[in-house]
Each structure stands twice: as structure tokens, then as C-alpha cells.
Design a protein around this ligand. Structure first.
Ligand code: FAD
Length: 506
């Protein structure tokens, strides 16, 4: 059997673009690979950043841990707040509201997850709203938050609080830049105006800046945002367009004055042709209206947004156009696209920064030698495709599982055919309330169950094993969970007090 032999390693990486994607890539790679690889980053001050992207999912704390980021410093420097979940208003029907909270619902009994017992008890009129059995969904609307205290007893809900952050995207890029530069990343300011490829292989050899300077590297990470300078303009990787399932293609973003203590959750309010976000930061509130230009004009979209701000706007709305979908290949030749250059799914569940994180960590796991074995690229692309598609399905669910019929937009999304993968999940749930998480998909049982119930999907039955548990035992578990959640939430401080004590911006 031949023994593994050393190969020529990659020695230089050029990250093109210095938004969230660029600086997350540069910081993570320089931290993990140390000075074994030289990382250069190019960004153009003239082009600037997209400047939105302020809500996250809990996985970001694993990224911060990789970088040894101190949580209090990170929250302080980015004007951050904490996020227990997302409140969805008017989605299933006008007047409805539910919270997709992070963490778990209830406690399992025997073989089955909690919601299975809840389905039976609810049908008998003996259980309350599912949101009352999860710490996050009880604490969030009460404005309570704390990070798990070190002395919380194991398995108490306080020991397992799952949370993410809201932060100012521009400050976050600045924060990561400081860290990356301290780890040896060099930054060049300038606009890339030309790309040189090898005449035989088509691999990118260098980029040329407006100043005439050329930057060569073994591996290029395309973080140029929607411009997709290397992956599309140069390599023409192709784009899979998902607009027929997710017709929103524009956003208006505007910060406004803060008028109350920051809520520990993001709010998403469904509108006539899309939805509006509200993201509370320490110094201001971020707002945006995501809408479909097929169903609403830009001026109407601006009116909807500006009329529903809870404070005075601090700038003119910024208009952003996008096409939902992803590159057919996120890794092509020696270019890997990370961030908006790779694709975009609207920010309804705050997944774009997660996809940056997962793209970087997958690249580090499948990191090539300078010969770029094709199987690495194929594996990367297949895994990222799966991850994007499952997030896409989860987002489509919010639109499709609705009773709304008050506009052409809602009639379209309610009645459109959905991907077979989503239909299979919905069918499984509406049969016996079941869910199976597949592979590395981002959202698990708690997320899917909360959103499916919140959007009004109603299982016809529950798992047969639920009937093997005595009704009294089942009801006492349900009652116990409600009491434990309520008593633990009572111990939590208010979100603003937690921030003031640990991480208030100066
Ligand atoms: P950008 O921020 O656009 O950065 C691109 C970089 O490339 C810049 O530095 C630019 O100067 C540089 N560049 C471009 N062309 C050149 C060139 N020719 N030469 C040199 N440099 C160049 N994500 C979330 O996780 N949560 C959210 O709540 C969220 N909300 C969003 C709301 C909207 C409306 C949109 C559109 C996106 C949202 N996102 C969200 C996504 C998030 O904003 C992005 O994933 C994230 O900011 C990463 O952007 P980026 O770094 O890929 O691109």
C-alpha cells in the first residue's frame, strides 16, 4: 500500500472584500492556520460594505470561541444586544403572533420529544400555548435575559439558555479587522479592476488594483458581496435562481432612534408584499422592509417602512436589490465564494452570517494542497448545496404555510408549488407531528416545530408511543414544565440590566 506523501502546500491566500464575510474569513483562517499561510485582504473604501446583517443565530458563539473573543468586549464594541429568538407577527394570519425561540421546548418523556405529548394534551384541552413550555419564548416578550450563570444546576433551564446577538454590522467588521490584523493579516485598500487567469487551467493567478499593484495568491476567497467579482464575473460559476419560491427581491433599510429598552428578540412583521424587520441595538434600532417588486412599488414599500418605525429615522432608507439563490459552484478552481458573493437567502431567520461561518469552517476542514484535488471542491459544493437548500426550505415554509389571502403576494406564495424536500417535511409533520433532522442542516426539531405550529400547520395525530404513557404522568410532566419555566424566568434579570452590568457600550 502506498504511504501518504507530502505535497506542495498552499502558502498564500487573498481575501477579496472586507465586509463581514471578508473579515470573518481572514480572522478565522489566520487564527487557525497561524503564520503557516500568509493572508492578505483587499477592500475598497470607495465601494464600501452592504452595511446590513445585524441579527444572528446561536452558532456564532462557536465562531467567537474559535477566535477567543471575549463576549463582553464583543457586545460592547459592536453596540450589541442579546437575542433569544424571533417574534413573527401576522404571518399565519393577520393578528397572529408567535416566537421562534432558540433552545428546547419542554422536556422529553420516555422516547418522545415533548411536543408529541403536548399535541395529545392540547387536543384534550389540557395544555396551553406551546410557547409557555420553553424558557426563551417566555422570557423574550417579558424583556428578560441572562447568559447561563456558572452556578446554575446542570439541566436547569437556566444552564441551557440558548442565545445569539444583534450587532452593528459595520462595527462588527471593524472589530474582526482589529483581531485579524493582530494575527498577521495584511490589508490593502484599493479597487480590483482586473483579474488574471492561467491561460491553460483558468485558475486565478492575481488581481490588479486601480493603483496598478498586482496581488497574487494560491487561493482566492471571493468576498466581494453581490458583485461576485471572481466567482461569477471571472469564472462564471452560474447562479441558481430561487425567486419563484422566494419572490422578495428588494429591501429598504433604515436605522431609527431607540425609544425603549432593547427587546431580547428580533421582530419580523409580515406586510402586504413581504415583511419588516426590527433589530434593537444599544444605540439605535435597525429596521428594514423586504418586499417583492412584482407585487409592490418602491414608493409604497418606503411608506410602509417609514410609517411603522417606532422612533425618528436616523438616515434616509438605503435601497438594496437582490436575487435569492446561490452560485451553482461556491468553490470553483482556486476560488471559494463566501458571503453574498456565494448567494443570498433573505434574512428572515438571520442565516447569512451563519452560512459565512459554515463556509469558512468547511473550507478549513477540506483545505486543499496546491494541486486542488477535485474531490475536495466537489464535497464542499455538495455539502454547501444541502445546507443552503434546507435553509431555503425553512424560509419558504414561513410564506407558504399561511392562511393569508389579503393580497396577490400572499395568494401567490400560499398556493405556489414548493420544493419536494419541503413538502416531505410538511407531510411528515401534518401526519403524526413528526420531524427528522437530516445531516448538517442548520435548524433542528425545536425550530421546525415552532414555526410549523406557529404558521398554523396542524398534525392529524401524534406518535403512537404517546398513548403508552399514562395520561396522568403526561399531564403532570406538562404542568411541571410550565411551572419550572415560569419560576426560572422569574429569576432572570431584565435584558437592559444584564447589558448595563456586563457589556454596556461606552
Ligand atoms: P459586503 O458587505 O457587500 O462586502 C463586500 C466587500 O467587497 C466590501 O469590502 C467591498 O469594498 C469589497 N469589494 C467589492 N468589489 C470590490 C472591488 N472591485 N475591489 C475591491 N473590493 C471590492 N445576515 C445575517 O446573518 N443577519 C441579518 O440580519 C442580515 N440581514 C440582511 C439584510 C439585507 C437586506 C441583506 C441584503 C443582507 C442581510 N444579511 C444578514 C446578510 C449580510 O449582510 C451579509 O451576509 C454580510 O454582511 C456579508 O456581506 P459580504 O461581506 O458578503 O458583502
Amino acid at each position: 500500500m502506498p504511504l501518504p506523501q507530502p505535497k506542495r502546500p498552499i502558502k498564500t491566500i487573498a481575501v477579496i472584500g472586507g465586509g463581514t464575510a471578508g473579515w470573518m474569513s481572514a480572522a478565522a483562517i489566520s487564527k487557525s492556520f497561524g503564520r503557516n499561510i500568509q493572508v492578505q485582504l483587499v477592500e475598497s473604501d470607495e465601494i464600501g460594505l452592504i452595511g446590513v446583517g445585524e441579527a444572528t443565530v446561536p452558532h456564532i458563539s462557536a465562531f467567537n470561541r474559535l477566535l477567543n473573543i471575549d463576549e463582553a468586549e464583543f457586545v460592547r464594541e459592536t453596540q450589541g444586544t442579546f437575542k433569544l429568538g424571533i417574534q413573527f407577527k401576522d404571518w399565519g394570519k393577520i393578528g397572529d403572533s408567535y416566537i421562534h425561540g432558540f433552545g428546547t421546548i419542554g422536556r422529553d418523556l420516555g422516547l418522545m420529544p415533548f411536543h408529541q405529548y403536548w399535541l395529545k394534551a392540547r387536543a384534550a384541552g389540557k395544555a396551553k400555548d406551546i410557547g409557555l413550555y420553553s424558557l426563551n419564548t417566555v422570557a423574550a416578550p417579558l424583556g428578560k435575559f441572562m447568559a447561563p450563570p456558572r452556578d446554575a444546576p446542570a439541566h436547569s433551564p437556566l444552564a441551557e439558555i440558548a442565545y445569539a446577538y444583534h450587532f452593528d454590522a459595520t462595527l462588527y467588521a471593524r472589530f474582526l479587522r482589529k483581531q485579524a490584523e493582530a494575527q498577521g493579516v495584511t490589508r490593502t485598500e484599493g479597487k480590483v479592476v482586473a483579474v488574471t487567469q492561467n491561460s491553460e487551467s483558468g485558475f486565478v493567478e492575481s488581481v490588479t488594483l486601480e493603483s496598478g499593484a498586482a496581488i497574487a495568491a494560491d487561493l482566492f476567497i471571493d468576498c466581494t458581496g453581490f458583485r461576485a467579482l471572481l466567482i461569477e464575473d471571472t469564472l462564471q460559476a452560474g447562479f441558481e435562481d430561487w425567486t419563484h419560491w422566494l419572490p422578495c427581491d428588494r429591501a429598504l433599510a433604515v436605522p431609527c432612534e431607540k425609544v425603549e429598552a432593547p427587546t431580547p428578540y428580533t421582530r419580523s412583521t409580515a406586510r402586504k408584499a413581504g415583511w419588516q424587520w426590527r433589530i434593537p441595538l444599544q444605540h439605535r434600532t435597525g429596521n428594514g422592509h423586504v418586499y417583492s417588486s412584482q407585487f409592490m412599488s418602491d414608493s409604497e414599500a418606503a411608506d410602509v417602512l417609514l410609517q411603522s418605525l417606532d422612533g425618528r429615522p436616523l438616515a434616509d432608507p438605503k435601497a438594496i436589490r437582490f436575487t435569492t439563490g446561490k452560485r451553482r459552484k461556491l468553490w470553483d478552481k482556486n476560488v471559494v465564494a463566501v458571503g453574498l458573493a456565494g448567494g443570498f437567502i433573505e434574512p428572515l431567520e438571520s442565516t447569512a452570517i451563519f452560512l459565512i461561518q459554515s463556509g469558512i469552517s468547511r473550507l478549513m476542514s477540506l483545505f486543499p494542497h496546491a494541486d486542488f484535488e477535485p474531490v475536495l471542491q466537489e464535497t464542499y459544493n455538495a455539502q454547501m448545496q444541502f445546507e443552503y437548500e434546507r435553509i431555503r426550505d425553512f424560509i419558504i415554509l414561513h410564506y407558504h404555510a399561511t392562511e393569508r389571502s389579503d393580497s396577490e403576494f400572499w395568494n401567490y406564495v400560499r398556493t405556489m408549488p414548493v420544493p419536494s424536500s419541503l413538502k416531505a417535511y410538511m407531510d411528515l409533520f401534518t401526519a403524526d407531528g413528526q420531524f427528522f433532522r437530516e445531516g448538517t442542516e442548520l435548524f433542528g426539531l425545536t425550530s421546525w416545530v415552532q414555526v410549523m405550529l406557529g404558521q398554523g400547520l396542524s398534525p392529524r395525530s401524534y406518535h403512537p408511543a404517546v398513548d403508552w404513557v399514562k395520561d396522568d404522568d403526561m399531564l403532570s410532566l406538562i404542568d411541571h414544565v410550565e411551572k419550572v419555566v415560569a419560576s426560572n424566568v422569574a429569576l432572570m434579570p431584565r435584558h437592559e440590566d444584564f447589558i448595563a452590568r456586563h457589556c454596556a457600550a461606552r
